[in-house]
Design a protein. Structure first.
Lengths: 112, 146, 515
């Protein structure tokens, strides 16, 4: 059980980074950490004691496999994370071009 | 971004084809071993990225390359959709993503119907996409410096 | 009919990449393809509404259930789905027709259409998918393309708004993914119908505390996407900075398809209804209705005011649906719950029409004057006659003046609240309606009247081009036509199937699993 809670702690570490850091790049890193913690959580859900990779090969037709569905989900979420991170970085670079800084205290023309 | 020293350039020239071939291997064996389109595509893109890092960027050339990669990317996705749509057509307009080819023998390289084909298309798409993203970021960085 | 369901995703996705490929070689091809396929989607969704009955199910890949456990990816087409699909394609078509002239100011014009098609594909995918993980995937497709579209002008403010939107939207997506992981951990399935069965049949799968935890996480995740209070802070920035057709899409359709739709689908059809969660949803809806209205009054930026008003109107929708939920869970009269849900869905439909109309009108004003500040406008009704009329119609509709559609949907929600004996909520709904009139009067006065238009006549400002006026006029006619939905015969075709799906929450599960 403790291992799942550690995953959640990692999620909170990422959230802390997003909330408290003032640098655009650090915020992006925080989001990436959150994402990885969830990927880790998903892969642990799919684990079965003593299971092998879920691929049917000759001689292993009836072996004990781990759950393949979370793995497919992680692959998808990694691809999505790649797209999100790339877009965030692109916008961050453009922001740097416009404002000359990565500090979000100085980038606040809009007031939400 | 300037290129690195002659040692790095030479070694990356030797290593890049190997990395590229390894990526191809992983894509082609996607239905038999762990890995597949995405993993192999990322490795292939790694070969491109290594070249750019070692040799530095020549912006006009990179822009041209980016255009070509964009074209490859969208055509690969279209290829994926067409393969899936072919299933729809060949199954009498009922099943999208129908596996319409021979399943073959388990464990052979040519087996599992159209899954290897889909893997190849996905590999091309992922490779092109990641290389495009990298090149775009490099080009941005140069624009920002000016 | 069943095999046509995936077309809602295939067509926009295919067209998007076809345009990305061909757009470089053939000039302006994107401008032809996008409106045509959007028109086709309108036709397709209308034909589904009129020709098909009940729920249709499509299994991708053709995998049949094994031992009663569904293994294929399911696509479900029921009353609610058809309604939202119609809204998406209708508003999408008009917005893209409007952008034909609007996008001339951008350098990378063709990419606009590619991203727009991707957004449509994502939203259609969310609505037709019957599987919680696919909802996440399509949600990300829609969200990522909307992030890019918000930043499309690459000006300072747009980039900043987009970054804020991306960070909050990213957190929301990750919370949603965490919830999906938790649900999979406990039930071992991703199909919405199957999860629902596991939660009701298998009592140990969902202990009460666990269900509450998941529900709260889901409300946080999708509430962030739907900009319900207290998660609304990104909306005014993102929706006011985006290009106007995109603001219309974001406010009119996107927050409903990726926020409200998923919330009502999951809480009515997947989870067993619970009093606490229904109460939470209703209270959040009420608060965002009030806060959005109050904040909108003080705005001087025309699009920002509309964005705050979106928060307020989303509150109305959530309020209507929440009252329906509360009545259902406390075992009240089912007819009252049906009335309330009808009001909520009707308002959802109406809001997408008049809010997109208002955003398009605001965009037309910005397109000609180059400013969004109401203090610098005034007297525009003389130089922009059509825009000022359509904007007036939109304002009347949103503030609930008969005979426009907004009046009827607000009336239904208020009547339902009184019949369900939530007098405070009914009073607040009336109060916010008055506030709405107040700030739209301010908008009309400062933008279109107040001064004579001599300042603008000197600058030789003309009415906006045809494609922009066409969309606005069509939307303002729709504002009138939508009030016909109050007639019971029309309502049975459009709204009643959607309400039935939500009222009989077990019906969804039994239909899909087939027991």
């Amino acid at each position: 059980m403790i291992i799942y809670i550690l995953c959640f702690v990692l999620f909170l570490v990422g959230l802390y980074g997003v909330v408290s850091k003032r640098n655009l790049i650090k915020i992006i890193i925080g989001i990436a950490i959150m994402e990885y913690s969830i990927n880790l959580f998903l892969i642990m859900i799919g684990y079965i004691e003593g299971g092998t990779a879920p691929i049917i090969t000759k001689g292993f037709e009836n072996a004990k496999f781990v759950d393949p569905l979370p793995q497919a989900m992680i692959l998808t979420s990694i691809v999505i994370g790649l797209a999100t991170t790339a877009l965030l970085l692109a916008v961050a670079i453009r922001l740097y071009q416009k404002y000359g800084t990565f500090d979000i205290n100085k980038i606040k023309d809009l007031k939400g | 971004m300037k290129g690195m020293t002659i040692i790095v350039k030479k070694i990356s020239q030797i290593i890049c084809p190997v990395i590229f071939m390894f990526g191809l291997y992983i894509i082609v064996h996607g239905h038999l071993t762990p890995g597949g389109g995405f993993a192999g595509g990322v490795i292939m893109a790694g070969a491109f990225i290594l070249q750019i890092l070692a040799n530095g960027n020549i912006l006009p050339k990179l822009r041209k390359e980016e255009e070509g990669l964009e074209f490859l990317e969208s055509s690969a996705i279209l290829g994926f959709l067409i393969l899936a749509g072919l299933g729809l057509l060949l199954s009498g307009g009922v099943v999208f993503f129908a596996n319409f080819m021979e399943k073959g023998v388990l464990g052979n390289l040519i087996s599992a119907g159209f899954i290897p084909l889909e893997n190849i298309v996905v590999g091309a798409e992922v490779c092109a996409a990641i290389a495009t993203i990298f090149i775009a970021l490099v080009v941005y960085k140069d624009e920002v410096k000016k | 009919m069943n095999s046509l369901i995936p077309l809602f995703v295939i067509i926009p996705l295919g067209c998007a990449f076809l345009m990305a490929m061909l757009g470089r070689f053939i000039k302006n091809i994107n401008k032809f393809i996008t409106p045509i396929f959007m028109l086709f989607l309108v036709y397709l969704s209308l034909s589904f509404i009129f020709k098909s009955q009940g729920s249709l199910i499509y299994k991708v890949g053709g995998f049949e259930p094994v031992n009663g456990v569904p293994i294929a990816i399911y696509m479900v087409m029921d009353g609610l789905t058809k309604l939202i699909l119609l809204v998406i394609s209708l508003v999408g078509f008009l917005a893209i027709f409007y952008s034909l002239s609007y996008t001339k100011q951008y350098t990378a014009e063709r990419k606009f259409y590619v991203l727009f098609s991707l957004m449509i594909a994502g939203m259609n995918g969310i609505v037709i998918s019957g599987d919680i993980f696919n909802i996440f995937v399509f949600l990300e497709i829609a969200a990522i393309s909307s992030y890019a579209l918000v930043a499309f002008g690459v000006e300072k403010h747009q980039l900043e708004a987009s970054f804020k939107y991306q960070v909050l939207g990213g957190i929301a997506s990750l919370i949603i993914l965490l919830t999906i992981a938790l649900i999979y951990w406990n039930t071992g399935t991703l199909n919405i119908a199957d999860i629902s069965r596991q939660l009701t049949v298998n009592s140990q799968a969902g202990t009460n505390v666990f269900l509450k935890f998941i529900s709260i996480l889901l409300i946080a995740g999708f509430g962030l996407k739907a900009a319900i209070f207290p998660f609304h802070s990104w909306l005014p920035d993102a929706h006011s900075s985006a290009p106007s057709p995109i603001s219309a899409m974001l406010s009119g359709v996107l927050i409903k398809a990726i926020g409200i739709y998923v919330i009502i689908r999951l809480f009515f059809n997947m989870f067993p209804l619970s009093y606490e969660i229904s109460m939470t949803i209703t209270v959040l809806g009420t608060i965002s209705m009030i806060i959005g209205g109050l904040l909108a009054i003080g705005q001087w930026d025309i699009k920002r005011m509309l964005a705050y008003s979106s928060i307020s109107q989303i509150g109305y929708i959530v309020l209507g649906l929440g009252i329906g939920m509360l009545v259902l869970v406390t075992g009240g009269n089912k007819a009252v719950a049906a009335l309330s849900i009808t009001g909520g869905l009707f308002h959802l439909l109406n809001h997408s029409i008049f809010k997109s109309l208002l955003f398009l009108s605001a965009g037309a004003v910005e397109y000609r004057t180059g400013t969004r500040d109401m203090r610098k406008m005034g007297g525009l009704s003389e130089v922009l006659p059509i825009t000022s009329r359509t904007s007036l119609i939109g304002s009347l509709a949103i503030s609930g003046i008969p005979p426009f559609n907004g009046f009827f949907s607000k009336l239904i929600i208020i009547i339902a609240a009184i019949q369900a004996q939530y007098y405070v909520l009914a009073f607040l709904a009336v109060l916010v309606s008055v506030i709405t009139i107040a700030y739209f009067m301010k908008l009309q006065k400062y933008t279109f009247y107040n001064n004579d238009g001599s300042k603008w006549i000197e600058k030789k400002i003309k009415e906006v081009p045809f494609s922009m006026t066409f969309s606005m006029i069509l939307l303002s006619i729709l504002c009138l036509i939508m009030s016909l939905l109050i007639i019971p015969e029309v309502r049975t075709i459009f709204l009643q199937p959607a309400v039935d799906v939500l009222i009989n929450s077990a019906y969804y599960t039994t239909k899909i699993i087939g027991i």
